[in-house]
Each structure stands twice: as C-alpha cells, then as structure tokens.
Design a protein around this ligand. Structure first.
Ligand code: 13P
Length: 251
C-alpha cells in the first residue's frame, strides 16, 4: 500500500537516517527500485518529475502502475509516490491521481523574492502545513563539476535552526561524497533525491551489453534480456544509496 512520505520522514529524522527518493521513468525503473527496497527492508520514495509523468502518458497511468506493481510484487515496505518539482497544476493533478506526496517548486520566483522568503520565512513555512523543505545549499542536479565547492553546511544549519523539527530534503544526490551525505543527515536531512546516478548506471550496463554483441547472440535482442543488465545496475545503485543513507532495515 502506498503511504504518505510524512510519517516515514519524521521517523527518519528521529532515527538520524535519510529515506532515498529514486526517480522513475518506466516499468523497469519502478520494478527495480521497489524490489531493492523490499530486499533491504527500507522505506522508499518513488519520485516522478512532470516530464517523466508525461512520458509515461500521465500521472493517472503512473499511479495505477505503481499501486498495481506494489501489490503484485507483494511489497510490504512503506512506499510513497511523490511528485518531484511540481507546478501548482501538476500538484493538483497528482493529488487527484492518488500520489501520496507532492513537491511544489517555488524556485522560479524572482531571486529577490526567493531570498527574502528563504531568509525571513523558514519558520512561517514550517507553520504552513508543509511537511518537508528542500533548501538549496550548493547542491545541483546532474553531475557535479570538478570545481564544485561542496555543500554549505553553515546554510543547512541556519535553515535547520529556523524550521525546528521539519525534515529537510537534499536534491542532487548523484555524486555527493559519502562524508558530505553523512554530515547532511546528521544536520537534519531526512530525504535524499537520486536520479542521474540510476540513469548513468542503466546506460553504462546497457552499452556494455550491446558493445559485447550480446543482443546479437540467440534471442539477446528480446527486450527482457536487453534491459536486464540495466535493471541490475539500477538495483546496485539503489542498494549502495540505501546503505549510505542508513535506511536499510528501517521499514
Ligand atoms: P540528481 O539527478 O542529481 O541525482 O538529482 C535528483 C533530484 O534532485 C531530483 O529532484
């Protein structure tokens, strides 16, 4: 059964670990992530961007697929279905479709307004009925450049100071070194988003399969065979992250 992300994040905050949000793109991604979370007895959040939702023919399709798969695979760990970087309209559609968690992305507001809101209103945000807050602390989506200065723990501590017991979210989980992840968790980060890393592992494993000519051996072109190494690679990435985030065994 799908659950709200709130309870799992409150538990993570108290237990000083983070729940992984892994973005999904299709059936293979969803199945690989759900099976790995179950294998590791870890709560998990399936993230869906508006673009991925559209790719999968809409949020209703996504919600129906995830609910049915959760049931048919016999998943017992807590699973939340979450809209990632949503617009107002997207949030509304996802709630109607049965998503159990949504992110409203206000980062497109003019920078002055955004800074003002972020500086003065963290406490007010906590009083608005918002269950988690993703503040920018030097994290970015995709691969980090070689000259990336790292996460700003001063900013993280200052935000945490204002919002009290609200769980914090760290986006851009791909490529953040393990020590920084652990420090962020110790400072109140309870949800970490990973997307690019699963895509890279999938692409890498698929490329190796094709470059080795395996798709030309027997029925190696069968999509169930062709996509299998990529799925195994996603599972391995999710396993590593769940271990790093400390959420294994916390279901
Ligand atoms: P990465 O793609 O950098 O892992 O970031 C994922 C993310 O933050 C999704 O919101």
């Amino acid at each position: 059964m799908l659950v709200s992300a709130k309870e799992m994040l409150d538990k993570a905050l108290a237990g000083k670990y983070a729940v992984g949000q892994f973005n999904i793109n299709n059936l293979e991604w969803t199945k690989s992530i759900l099976l790995t979370a179950q294998e590791m007895n870890a709560p998990v959040i399936l993230g869906v961007s508006e673009g991925a939702g559209k790719y999968m023919t809409g949020f209703e399709t996504v919600a129906a697929m995830v609910k049915a798969m959760d049931k048919s695979l016999g998943i017992t760990v807590p699973v939340a279905l979450h809209l990632d970087h949503g617009t107002y309209e997207g949030c509304y559609k996802c709630i109607k479709a049965g998503f159990t968690s949504i992110m409203f992305d206000g980062s497109h507001y003019p920078i002055d307004e955004n800074i003002k809101k972020t500086t003065d209103e963290c406490k007010a945000i906590a009083d608005l009925g918002v269950d988690m807050l993703a503040a920018g602390i030097g994290n970015i989506h995709g691969k980090y450049p070689a000259n990336w200065p790292g996460l700003s723990f001063e900013t993280l501590a200052a935000v945490k100071d204002k919002i009290g017991d609200m769980p914090l979210v760290l986006h851009g989980g791909t490529g953040i070194p393990a020590d920084m992840i652990q420090k962020a968790i110790s400072l109140g980060v309870s949800k970490i988003n990973v997307n690019t890393e699963c895509q890279l592992s999938f692409a890498d494993a698929t490329r190796k399969y094709i470059e080795a000519g395996k798709d030309l051996e027997g029925k190696g072109f069968d999509p169930r065979k062709l996509l299998a190494p990529g799925c195994e690679a996603i599972k391995e990435t999710v396993r590593e992250k769940i271990n790093l985030f400390g959420s294994a065994g916390k279901a």
